[in-house]
Design a protein around this ligand. Structure first.
Ligand SMILES: *Cc1c(COP(=O)(O)O)cnc(C)c1O
Length: 236
């Protein structure tokens, strides 16, 4: 089982290496975020033993239990799931990054609730880049004004944009959505040049995402194997 995960980590790292080489980008310009939702604390510990340090979680209670169980390790925790406004406090207290901020109210609450003495919480603005009905994320048109407003909040540090494009196997469509997000970040950077993050690309499309400029790829299945869908808890 340890050798399974080490083989998978090796293979994902090889994909990242070759996508970076292909795109003429330095390898250290892309961070691998291991998406550990539904995985046990022991599975995360094995992944840490294989060199992974950055973990992404979607379900708040499950994540808090894991963060507690693994508090002996120096890990970076990223919240990447949908956020209810009455659940922001534990997120502000226990995470290093939040990728799924899609409205000002959530940003304000995270900023207000970030404990004194911790550095500002790193934030990505989630954008519904494929303009899908009933999908999380602000619309691309709202993103520039929202980014400016989030950029002024003292308890958070806006780092860039995140998206989950519409699922497709077509490489051209994959590239187009990622390029749209990159162009949107470029446009916002005219006002906010400090933004440095594009969180895009998952197990099935991390290579085109890196070719279009991803700085964080969020990878679950390709590292840990298929998730048992039935046992997945509801989003919080
Ligand atoms: C589950 C999830 C991922 C990882 O998906 P895989 O296809 O398993 O790599 C990435 N980002 C978000 C927001 C997720 O919810």
């Amino acid at each position: 089982m340890n050798s399974d995960i080490s083989d998978r980590i090796l293979s994902v790292n090889q994909q990242i290496d070759s996508a970076c080489a292909q795109a003429g980008r330095p390898r250290d310009s892309v961070q691998l975020l291991a998406v550990s939702k539904t995985r046990s604390a022991d599975e995360v510990r094995s992944a840490v033993n294989q060199g992974l340090t950055h973990f992404g979680e979607n379900y708040l209670q499950e994540a808090l239990d894991k963060i507690e169980a693994l508090s002996d390790l120096a890990l970076e925790w990223h919240f990447i799931g949908p956020i209810q406004s009455n659940k922001t406090r534990p997120i502000a207290e226990h995470f290093d990054w939040v990728h799924s901020v899609d409205r000002l109210k959530i940003g304000q609450r995270l900023s207000d609730q970030r404990p004194d003495g911790k550095p500002p919480l790193n934030i990505c603005l989630q954008v519904n880049i494929s303009r899908e009905e009933s999908k999380s994320g602000c619309s691309p048109d709202e993103a520039p004004a929202l980014a400016r407003a989030l950029g002024e909040l003292p308890g958070i540090r806006l780092r860039g944009l995140m998206a989950i494009p519409a699922a497709t196997d077509d490489p051209d469509t994959q590239h187009r959505a990622f390029a749209d997000l990159r162009r949107l970040l470029d446009a916002i950077r005219v006002d906010l040049p400090e933004l440095d993050t594009l969180s895009m690309g998952m197990s099935a499309d991390l290579v085109p995402a890196i070719e279009e400029g991803a700085t964080i790829v969020r990878v679950g299945t390709a590292l840990f194997g298929p998730r048992a869908a039935k046992t997945e808890p509801k989003p919080e």
